[in-house]
Design a protein around this ligand. Structure first.
Ligand SMILES: NC(=O)c1ccc[n+]([C@@H]2O[C@H](COP(=O)([O-])OP(=O)(O)OC[C@H]3O[C@@H](n4cnc5c(N)ncnc54)[C@H](O)[C@@H]3O)[C@@H](O)[C@H]2O)c1
Length: 257
């Protein structure tokens, strides 16, 4: 009989806050965490979306709380932290999955569009970190959602690319500062079907055909395929992983023509 005592890849019994957790990838992660036995607060701007997602989370018999936030307003994230502390007793895991996009080009993008994207996607990640760390008294893990756009040039996404590049740099910087108590990592998804892009990547479009052709796995991803990476990075099995970006893209980024 072997005596190997491994640390399982699970978030069971952890207390998680998922920002942008009521749609798309964030919602899949929130539900996946709940299915594993974590208590989960899934938050975003819309009250109805928060309520719907909390109902889904409760079906797994774990604790949740219903609270909205806007990542452009620090006070709302502090309110999420206080709610999580009151309702769950603290925070062990934070996921920042809020998203904002603009398809304005380098030549055309206005200050307004640039600021809108970076305020949500980059400054928003910084605010989520700053707001949640004071509740992570027992240490924990932060998982920021980046994008392939941080490392691959994609047309018409300059602000998004800059924001996501910033998220990866901020992930490394905060991993160094918050160690050893808190680990900070990022996931860089490839092309994932979510409400944000269901039309852009719809079957039959030219974009979809190009993705299917280049990606070694030959297809776009379902949002549920991002959950395993989040569970791993949030779990104690990743106890020696910090400042890392885990690409989940079907092999797309590292594949030539
Ligand atoms: N879908 C993809 O193909 C893909 C690929 C790479 C990276 N990503 C990233 O994954 C993350 C999730 O994207 P998604 O496709 O699931 O999008 P989505 O639109 O389905 O979900 C985004 C969530 O963020 C919330 N949100 C937006 N602005 C907010 C704000 N100011 N304050 C609080 N919440 C706010 C929305 O309400 C929503 O719940 C984003 O960071 C996105 O950039 C997505």
């Amino acid at each position: 009989m072997g005596s190997y005592d491994h640390t399982p890849v699970t978030v069971a019994d952890k207390r998680a806050v998922v920002v942008g957790g009521t749609s798309g990838i964030g919602q899949a992660i929130a539900e996946g965490f709940a299915a594993e036995g974590a208590d989960v607060v899934a938050t975003s701007r819309r009250e109805s979306a928060v309520e719907e997602t909390a109902d889904i989370i409760e079906e797994y018999g774990v604790d949740t709380a219903r609270v909205t936030c806007d990542v452009t307003e620090m006070a709302t994230l502090e309110a999420v932290r206080e709610t999580a502390v009151e309702e769950l007793g603290g925070v062990d895991v934070v996921v920042a999955s809020q998203g904002a996009i603009s398809r304005e080009t380098v030549r055309d993008i206005s200050d307004e569009d640039w600021d809108f994207v970076t305020d949500v996607a980059l400054d928003g990640v910084r605010r989520v970190t700053q707001a949640m760390v004071p509740a992570m008294d027992d240490g924990g893990a932060i998982v920021n959602i980046s994008s392939l756009a941080a490392r691959l040039a994609m047309a018409d996404l300059p602000a998004y690319a800059a924001a996501k590049g910033g998220v990866e740099a901020f992930t490394r910087a905060s991993a160094k500062e918050l160690a050893p108590e808190i680990r900070v990592n990022a996931i860089a998804p490839g092309f994932v079907i979510t409400p944000q892009n269901a039309e852009t990547y719809a079957e039959g479009t030219e974009k979809r055909a190009k993705i299917d052709e280049r990606a070694p796995l030959g297809r776009v991803a379902d949002r549920e395929e991002m959950v395993g990476a989040a569970v791993y990075l949030a779990s104690d099995a990743a106890s020696y992983v910090t400042g890392e970006v885990l690409t989940v893209d079907g092999g797309f980024a590292d594949s030539a023509l």
